[in-house]
Design a protein around this ligand. Structure first.
Ligand SMILES: C[S@@+](CC[C@H](N)C(=O)[O-])C[C@H]1O[C@@H](n2cnc3c(N)ncnc32)[C@H](O)[C@@H]1O
Length: 243
């Protein structure tokens, strides 16, 4: 599968730049509408089910406005250090603003960069997490970078939208693109519509995730479907694995 072009990456950055000031409210509305989850409880599900030990180094891929790092800090696990990485500077700026209000702000650092070419040293994190973002990436490239920065024995934990075999067929994938484009055009704007329609091709079934993880060299793979409001809407998945 091809690496997203520069034009696609620019469209993603433009879409999230436009959204950054009201991102958390918009996503809260979308998750409640499609899955029946509040945005906060959805990301708490990821944090609650990710085993983190004191003093570990954690990387949050595509951290957005730093909600996951802030949720991790709320767990009061002593000595953890969190790096949040994102490609969209204005999302990080909003995130940094919120981090400044916290007591333990030094435990979080934010880095601007591409998850498919991580500007981070190899073998340097105990845990890599990511929420609601893998569908904007080339999954094999993202996984190979996650593996490179994880220490041996490190844990990977991702929560995002999945798909089902029928939606992977060409005809249904085309239909899903049209639906995604139309919905986000009406509710948001053309850049978001374009970015979300392009993301449809990156969606994975649970089996697709298992295959990609195994191919990237991960083991102890688990992919769980999370509760969802409607059977016809692609379900949320929690993907965990170690390396
Ligand atoms: C839907 S938001 C999720 C943000 C955050 N994880 C959360 O759950 O609130 C998707 C994020 O992915 C980021 N993103 C998309 N492609 C990326 C890439 N190639 N590298 C790093 N971040 C990326 C966007 O900038 C955006 O902030």
């Amino acid at each position: 599968m091809p690496q997203p072009s520069m034009k696609e990456k620019q469209a993603i950055q433009d879409a999230f730049k436009e959204m950054s000031s009201h991102y958390e409210e918009v996503v809260d509305g979308e998750l409640r509408l499609f899955w029946g989850w509040s945005y906060r409880s959805f990301l708490q599900e990821l944090v609650r089910h990710t085993r983190i030990q004191p003093d570990q180094k954690i990387l949050d891929i595509a951290t957005g406005t730093s909600v996951i790092p802030r949720e991790l800090l709320e767990q009061n696990i002593p000595g953890i250090q969190i790096t949040g990485l994102d490609i969209t500077e204005s999302m990080l700026r909003h995130g940094q603003h919120k981090i400044r209000a916290l007591d333990k702000q030094n435990a979080i650092r934010l880095v601007c960069g591409d998850a498919m070419v991580l500007p981070l040293a190899g073998n340097s994190f105990d845990v890599v997490v990511s929420g609601l973002a893998s569908h904007h990436m080339n999954i094999p490239l993202m996984l190979s970078e996650m593996k490179r920065v994880l220490k041996p024995g490190g844990l990977l934990s991702i929560i995002d939208v999945g798909t089902s075999p029928i939606w992977e067929t060409r005809i249904f994938q085309g239909l899903a693109r049209v639906i995604a484009f139309g919905y986000f055009l009406i509710k948001e704007n053309p850049t978001r519509a374009w970015a979300e329609a392009a993301a449809v091709r990156n969606l994975r079934t649970p089996l697709g995730w298992k295959n990609d993880l195994a191919q990237a060299g991960f083991n102890q793979i688990s992919v769980k479907k999370l509760k969802s409001k409607y059977t016809w809407v692609p379900e949320p998945l929690h993907i965990q694995s170690s390396y």
